[in-house]
Design a protein around this ligand. Structure first.
Ligand SMILES: Nc1ncnc2c1ncn2[C@@H]1O[C@H](COP(=O)(O)OP(=O)(O)OP(=O)(O)O)[C@@H](O)[C@H]1O
Length: 541
């Protein structure tokens, strides 16, 4: 690693606590080091089941991957999927350094080829390193595609370069883990502060001290760099009349962001009108948006104003604008350019003053290529795009969102705010969230119900795909065989089995003894010997 990179990396890792900044810098350094075409970091979920891509750079640009792109480590037969190269690296803890994947037999490169289609490159050489902490624990992988491409000499990386990549991966794992621990600590502090605030008045902080100002308007939670950036962009554009296009996967908060744009603008006292463009058939959508005159169609007994009229002076939010029928797109373009609408069945145009905010979760550029979205409308709308990245690419927001959702739901229901066990938090932090913030909210709503009002939320209250593999099928054979003598290895395995069973039986020692067919005394001895303790949030039994 060149010194400059090392310094940059250390600065990012120590100054910027945010895990996104660390991942970004690691990828930058990996690209500089190898001259590769693409580098990515994949994070392993808490139970070692799937890897999801958390950060990717393609020829120096940030690469957005489609939702749900993840690598499953186990096949349908529950055996490690050793043919998938990333799964192989995680399962064995070894590094792959393949000079030409077309000539390699024994691996299945289907996922890599799929990614190629999306990224417009062809993978030849591939290097995958495990991101390992505490000597044995793999938390993800660093994947480098086509090293040497920037010097037109794609090949495997040299021994020296591989050693440097190893150092980089080691540092990356350590700092990513530290960033996560720091976030966990901040969450615990917030949890503690909240409990403190709920104590009787006389032992609260002395009067006269100012309470901190709310960080975000109207429930928009997030302090990760991409969210800060989006909020900064809103600040710049809110008070102008330029249309804004909010882009992001489903559930990333586009509607919330649109409402924030409206609140931050000088139109905030006027209407914020929302229409989902995918929700209605063309004719109905046209009359909804632009209104109609009496007799325009069967059943139009009176004339009616459209949402564009209703939003006069305010903001019209066109959700899922990428799904709007082509013919209507021309009318939206006229509204954007001339501020004019024409009701269905009328020959007269009317002037309205609306600020348009559009949102889409589909690739408009592809829609244009397919002839399904007007290029002129795209150019007009895309003057000021705001991108909301998927939640898996801004993991530092997860603890804040968890706190927010748990607190607001508890307040609404008049229950105490539930405590979240560290293990449950870890599982939540490592999940890939194809449904983004909406999915996180739903998971927490379900967990609250499962745990009962105000009761601690543990791993058992999360959906099976996050925690259940461990619950449903018991623990797996350790995927990584640690170094050491047989007694030590078997001891480690025994500790893992005991811990897994204790979780399954909700830390009830008598039940664990029954399931494992040993005495309760044996369970107690082993718990002590292996120093296994009940995580925070579980009732003692
Ligand atoms: N940053 C955030 N802070 C708090 N809540 C959020 C945030 N982002 C999203 N949510 C919540 O997640 C849910 C989905 O958000 P929203 O409807 O704004 O997403 P969207 O991107 O418009 O989704 P879709 O594309 O499916 O319409 C809502 O309940 C919203 O309140």
């Amino acid at each position: 690693m060149v010194l400059g990179d090392l310094i940059e990396l250390t600065v990012a890792m120590t100054a910027g606590v945010k895990v996104e900044a660390v991942m970004d810098q690691v990828i930058e350094s990996a690209l500089n080091l190898t001259g590769a075409e693409e580098a990515s970091i994949f994070i392993l979920d808490a139970f070692g089941q799937t890897l999801h891509r958390a950060c990717s750079r393609h020829r120096g640009y940030i690469k957005a991957m489609p939702a749900g792109k993840q690598v499953t480590l186990y096949g349908a037969d529950q055996m490690p999927n050793l043919k998938e190269p990333a799964a192989f690296v995680v399962s064995t803890g070894t590094t792959l350094n393949l000079p030409d994947i077309d000539k390699v037999i024994g691996y299945d490169f289907e996922r890599i080829r799929e990614d190629d289609k999306f990224g417009g490159l062809r993978t030849r050489a591939l290097v995958i390193l495990p991101l390992t902490i505490q000597s044995n624990r793999t938390i993800g992988i660093l994947q480098v595609v086509n090293p040497g491409a920037s010097h037109q000499t794609v090949s495997a990386v040299s021994e020296t370069c591989l050693r440097q990549l190893h150092s980089l991966a080691g540092l990356a794992a350590l700092y990513m883990w530290n960033a996560r621990l720091l976030e966990d600590t901040s969450r615990l502090k917030r949890q503690f502060d909240r409990h403190l605030a709920e104590l009787p008045k006389q032992i609260r902080k002395p009067p006269g001290r100012k309470s901190p100002a709310p960080l975000r308007p109207k429930g928009l939670i997030g302090e990760s760099p991409p969210i800060e950036h989006a909020i900064e962009l809103v600040g710049k554009a809110a008070c102008s009349t330029v249309p804004i296009l909010v882009r992001g996967e489903t559930g990333t908060g586009k509607e919330l962001m649109a409402s924030f744009i409206h609140q931050s603008s000088d139109r905030t006292g006027k209407a914020f009108v929302v229409q989902n463009c995918a929700a209605l058939p063309e004719a109905l959508l046209e009359s909804e948006l632009f209104g109609h005159v009496r007799g325009a169609f069967t059943g139009a007994n009176t004339s009616k104003l459209g949402l564009a009229h209703e939003a006069h002076g305010g903001t019209l939010f066109l959700d899922e604008i990428g799904d709007m029928p082509l013919a209507l797109q021309a009318k939206v373009l006229r509204l954007l350019q001339e501020g004019e609408v024409r009701r269905v069945g009328s020959t007269k145009t009317e002037k309205v003053d609306v600020r348009i905010v559009g949102a889409t979760n589909i690739n408009l550029e592809e829609q244009i290529a397919a002839g399904e979205f007007r290029q002129d409308l795209y150019y007009r709308l895309n003057v000021f795009p705001i991108l909301l990245p998927p939640l898996r690419e801004r993991p530092s927001d997860i603890p804040l969102l968890i706190d927010h959702f748990l607190r607001s739901a508890a307040q609404k229901a008049g229950h105490p705010v539930p405590v979240l066990a560290s293990e449950a938090l870890e599982a939540l932090l490592c999940w890939g969230y194809p449904g983004n913030v909406r999915e996180l909210k739903n998971i927490l709503d379900r967990a609250r119900l499962m745990a009962g009002p105000g009761f601690p939320i543990g791993l058992a209250h999360l959906p099976p795909e996050l925690a259940g593999a461990r619950y449903e099928a018991g623990n797996r054979v350790p995927v990584l065989i640690p170094d050491g003598d047989l007694k030590t290895i078997v001891g480690q395995y025994e500790a893992m089995v005991i811990e897994a069973k204790m979780r399954e039986v909700n830390w009830n020692k008598t039940n664990a003894a029954r399931v494992l067919n040993v005495s309760r005394r044996t369970i107690i001895d082993k718990l002590n010997r292996y120093n296994i303790t009940r995580p925070e949030g579980f009732e003692r039994s």
